[in-house]
Design a protein around this ligand. Structure first.
Ligand SMILES: Nc1ncnc2c1ncn2[C@@H]1O[C@H](COP(=O)(O)OP(=O)(O)OP(=O)(O)O)[C@@H](O)[C@H]1O
Ligand SMILES: Nc1ncnc2c1ncn2[C@@H]1O[C@H](COP(=O)(O)OP(=O)(O)OP(=O)(O)O)[C@@H](O)[C@H]1O
Ligand SMILES: [Mg+2]
Ligand SMILES: [Mg+2]
Lengths: 228, 228
């Protein structure tokens, strides 16, 4: 469902060059539950952003659900994203003036869902991440972990084909983190959502089908954790 | 060096009330290395914000380095904070238009340090967190973990009496997280900095002198991890 070929992203800073990604070749099967690990600065967010069409590579190819997105004009990317991808950002990116419920409804608005149905589904997604009692709060009135969970609810509410989650449990206690990973497994098994999680947590990675390790913008290792 | 008496923070949301902190009594010795754990939403950031004078309680007392800060007029708090506290925010709070170096220099500017000395000490702090090669980058040009480390460098550059860190390793891989905790231990041992870390990482907590557990705004348990 995702394929990258020689995916490369280079940032020019004055005279020097930063190879955030350096020729990444990756194939992700439909329905897979994958994790990506690696040191801070190794290129994990860059990889996710390129797969999720939030950014364009310097060179190389991304094929997303059969579409060679790296050949599309920039203007076509938002639509592809909305139809196919749910994204949990490393820094949440919630709209501060909207409530938790309104933030989660946003992808459903774009999908043209009626207001009654939007409300019902957004409420359900928030209950799934344990925030049924925080619907009317705005991001400033919520804890770090609560904001992260709103971002997760927003990413899953549209049942995307692919869920890309950039460190979705970085701000969560062990108990809440386990519940979130349970939820992602449920989506994977029951709704066939392909899941790619960037994580620093070995416990989270051990609960995925395959772990990809990045170092200095390259894949250096792959592992299949023993199934429990 | 820190004492709280019946510390309480209540948020009114329409007809209902959220007891973010509910009568917290805590005494922290000078030079202690403490961690605070608890579920998402249990009141950890609220506790840190009240100790660090970023916010005022609904009732109760905070005594910081001999000063009853809850009795001071609001206008006096910024000065107390700058002189006594280094704060690492859960969401980093860097200035997006400034470079890594300029962000870390900021507390030294407030302290009236000369520009040459400021540059030298900020550079040193950034090297200590492993970002000596990112001095000229702005937050948008840095990874999540790199931003978190700038926030840490900024909090320690002024050798504060008390370092309050709200989940300082939430975005860091295991290796980089261990280096940051090593650095905090070094400050604690060699510069006598009192350290309070909110963390979800049991490995980080196991490396502190005492662990305080919060639940629904109250301290429910205390533990002394076995010393390695
Ligand atoms: N301004 C506010 N208005 C209303 N409720 C608030 C406000 N700020 C925080 N809260 C609530 O107070 C509770 C405690 O918040 P706090 O940020 O201290 O939690 P936390 O322990 O740091 O959680 P996390 O681990 O998720 O960061 C949360 O349930 C949150 O919803
Ligand atoms: N706009 C940019 N300009 C210059 N360099 C950049 C830019 N964005 C990212 N980088 C650099 O590219 C490298 C990879 O960044 P990326 O965000 O992918 O890392 P990461 O693996 O997600 O790290 P973390 O675990 O800390 O989140 C980093 O070293 C960063 O400094
Ligand atoms: Mg990242
Ligand atoms: Mg918090």
């Amino acid at each position: 469902i995702v394929e990258t070929v020689e995916l490369t992203k280079i940032y020019k800073m004055g005279p020097s060059e930063i190879r955030a990604l350096d020729g990444v070749n990756l194939a992700i099967e439909k329905g897979e539950f994958l994790s990506v690990m690696g040191r801070s600065g190794s290129g994990k967010s860059t990889l996710l952003n390129l797969i999720g069409c939030l950014d364009r590579p310097t060179s190389g190819t991304v094929i997303l659900d059969g579409v060679e997105v790296t050949r599309l004009p920039k203007g076509k990317l938002p639509q592809i994203r909305r139809e196919k991808v749910g994204f949990v950002f490393q820094q949440f990116n919630l709209i501060p003036t909207l409530t938790a419920l309104e933030n989660v409804e946003l992808p459903l608005r774009y999908a043209g869902v009626s207001s009654g149905e939007r409300r019902r589904r957004a409420k359900e997604a928030l209950e799934q991440v344990g925030l049924g009692d925080r619907l009317g709060h705005r991001p400033m009135e919520l804890s770090g972990g609560e904001c992260q969970r709103i971002a997760i609810a927003r990413a899953i509410v549209n049942r995307p084909a692919i869920l890309l989650a950039d460190e979705p449990t970085g701000e969560l206690d062990t108990h809440t983190a386990a519940e979130i990973i349970d939820l992602m497994h449920e989506l994977n098994r029951e709704a066939g959502v392909t899941v790619v999680i960037v994580t620093h947590d070995p416990l989270v990675a051990s609960r995925t089908d395959r772990i990809i390790y990045l170092s200095d913008g390259r894949i250096v290792r792959e592992e299949k954790p023993p199934t429990t």
